[in-house]
Design a protein. Structure first.
Lengths: 180, 180
């Protein structure tokens, strides 16, 4: 099983690191893709290595897309490769987990029409304008989509993301294998 | 099920936040205790609320003790209440998870004689002098004790900590209940 985190500098550190470590706890391989390959610095100064440029990503190789928040999504939403990646996950019905400002990328990718979702409160208006049904909850799950509002929601966000990865449509077996 | 994190300002942010959120993902209640009640600031600027003073802690109420690293353990190891808490967990054979500089508290509590453990490399010498059998591994499990070296070890650290909480000595049932 493989997960992709799409990030850029000024990511919200805990919203990237908590999913990253949680997925690796399950022996899931995690790639980090950004506008360019190389070191990204979070708002709190943590550094992570983007091992892929967005343009290099083959989305169909991944079982999960994670979109952390912070100031990164404002840059990423203007990158056509980031939007193409998000669209690919929605077309294939594959899990997408977006938190805080992360759903801004989904707004720009125009994949939220009729979907229940949440996000940072400052993003709620544009989420609604993009056709989403906004809920002010710690986590909202709608099909392949898991969304949360902020770092304090990370326990619920990761609980539902892991549950989605384990759902009985073939992925559960892969997760069991990865956890051996 | 209940976990206790012992911390102070200048904790290593990810070494506190990752276990904190991971335990809450399992619906485990988590208290944070420090020298005094109130707000603690991590090295990277994250703020967490210590809801208990160390002197108020009743260690027998908890199933797990977590000792994050950073500069906090240097202050905590001089606090007799912190050492008494650590000793209580070892006397009862209850899980203790310590990472990076966290094991310094266990050195001062004199509970490491003959125990296999790891820690930040700068702590290795004093760990050995305290009678521990030091290993340079991402995670070392010896009975009730789980130790790791640094933030990059967090996936292995949490994998083994969760495994210890689930082991079949009565705690597994509690965890299953907590996860409902």
């Amino acid at each position: 099983m493989r997960a992709l985190i799409v990030a850029a500098s000024l990511f919200e550190d805990s919203e990237l690191l908590v999913p990253y470590y949680r997925l690796k706890e399950e022996d899931i391989e995690v790639d980090i893709a950004s506008i360019r390959k190389g070191t990204l610095a979070g708002k709190h100064g943590y550094r992570v290595e983007a091992n892929l440029a967005l343009a290099e990503v083959e989305p169909e190789r991944y079982d999960l897309l994670v979109l952390p928040g912070g100031d990164a999504p404002a840059a990423l939403r203007r990158d056509p490769a980031a939007l193409a990646i998000a669209k690919s996950f929605f077309e294939r019905g594959k899990p997408v987990a977006a938190i805080c400002h992360g759903p801004q990328i989904l707004v720009s990718a125009e994949v939220l029409q009729g979907r229940k979702a949440t996000c940072h409160r400052s993003v709620a208006e544009e989420l609604t304008r993009a056709g989403a049904i906004y809920e002010d909850s710690e986590v909202v799950v709608d099909g392949n989509l898991v969304t949360s509002r902020e770092p304090a929601d990370l326990p619920a966000f990761m609980r539902e993301t892991m549950r989605l990865l384990r759902r009985p449509d073939g992925d559960a077996e892969q997760l069991a294998q990865a956890a051996v």
